[in-house]
Design a binder for this molecule. Structure first.
Ligand code: CUA
Length: 342
């Protein structure tokens, strides 16, 4: 596999698992693996460090005073200690250093915000339009004319030899959502009628989970994000697969008819079919290229897919796809059809 020739992977342990298929389940904000998340992490660590030093100094002095001046018994007189007023030295000591610390944190934060908001890309970034829907994510790659859903694929960025920044244009089709893949970027609101822009430059292969971070309804918690960071070759392969027209397998013609007759195409698009042009639900042209169902709510396997077709409200209660009340035969036919959409 071509990845083995790229820097950083030469000494990788041989593994049955492809590096790009490694699921990074722990969304560790202290282990950033992409540029904006790294910048945020640096600033957060500096802030935490300064606060830790202040905490130790203040807490230490407090502890010292509590122990040193505690009441030692009945013979201690309980009179008030002498009060100090107007000590210029003390006043300056608790005024000047805090001001300097605040100025330092303001400058560092402003620099980080500037670097994230006005990135200097070494080359044109790959543009990815992400549209939040209740309760899933629509994905568009304008440069390739590709539309997908929920499972993002991006090429890895081998800085500085092969930088591949990805610029994400965040729009919402309905209510406010939030975009956050902790190891790749900071949080950003996804709001209707206003485009927010975010970018990532992931440096390590793997599958990164993320979440919608703004309460958007019943299935907010299951509006999961899945970013596959893969080698440029794998990414091009994925794009080619997504660009291809839908597989038209004549053996599942009956299933295709059921799909159309049950109005599935009102909400779902299958490229190359005239009757399935919906935009309310995820594009199903290459449905079987996805690992999960319902924006990450379940694995995309036979059992779950059948359950979803029988009643989506079982796996994802409150999702906007209603129970279509299909009988067993219709479920079987549509199931067989969907399974061909590789
Ligand atoms: Cu979308 Cu919470």
């Amino acid at each position: 596999m071509a990845v083995a020739a790229l820097p950083g992977t030469l000494c990788a342990q041989p593994s049955l698992e492809e590096p790009s298929q490694r699921f990074r389940a722990i969304q560790n904000i202290f282990d950033p693996l992409s540029k904006p998340a790294e910048l945020i992490n640096d600033t957060a660590r500096l802030t935490l460090l300064i606060c830790l030093v202040i905490f130790i100094i203040v807490g230490g002095l407090l502890l010292y005073a509590v122990i040193r001046y505690r009441r030692r018994g009945p013979e201690d007189d309980a009179t008030e200690p002498s009060q100090v007023y107007g000590s210029a030295a003390i006043e300056l000591a608790w005024t000047i250093p805090p001001i300097l610390i605040v100025i330092l944190l303001v400058l560092v934060t402003a620099r980080t915000v500037g670097e994230i908001q006005n990135p200097q890309f070494p080359k044109d970034p790959l543009q990815l339009r992400i549209i939040g829907h209740r309760f899933w994510w629509e994905l568009q790659y304008p440069a390739y004319g590709v539309t997908a859903a929920n499972e993002i694929h991006v090429p890895v960025s081998y800085l500085p030899s092969t930088p591949r920044p990805v610029q994400m244009l965040l729009d919402s089709a309905d209510v406010a959502h939030g975009w956050w893949v902790p190891q790749l970027n900071g949080k950003l609101w996804v709001v209707p009628n206003h485009r927010n822009i975010m970018w990532i430059q992931p440096t390590v292969l793997g599958i990164y989970p993320g979440n919608c971070t703004v309460l958007c309804g019943d299935q907010h918690a299951n509006m999961l994000i899945r970013v596959t960071v893969e080698s440029p070759e794998d990414f091009e392969k994925w794009i080619a697969g997504q660009k291809a027209p839908a597989v038209a397998d004549p053996t599942v013609e009956d299933g295709r008819k059921e799909f159309i007759e049950n109005s599935c195409g009102t909400c779902h698009r299958i490229a190359g079919t005239s009757a399935a042009n919906g935009v309310f639900g995820p594009d199903l042209t290459h449905f079987m290229s996805r690992q999960t169902l319902g924006s990450g709510v379940a694995d995309n396997n036979d059992e779950n897919l059948r359950s979803w077709l029988r009643d989506p409200q079982v796996l994802k209660p409150g999702c906007l796809m209603p129970n279509m009340k299909l009988d067993d035969k219709e479920v079987d036919l549509i199931f067989a059809y969907l399974k061909t959409l590789k």
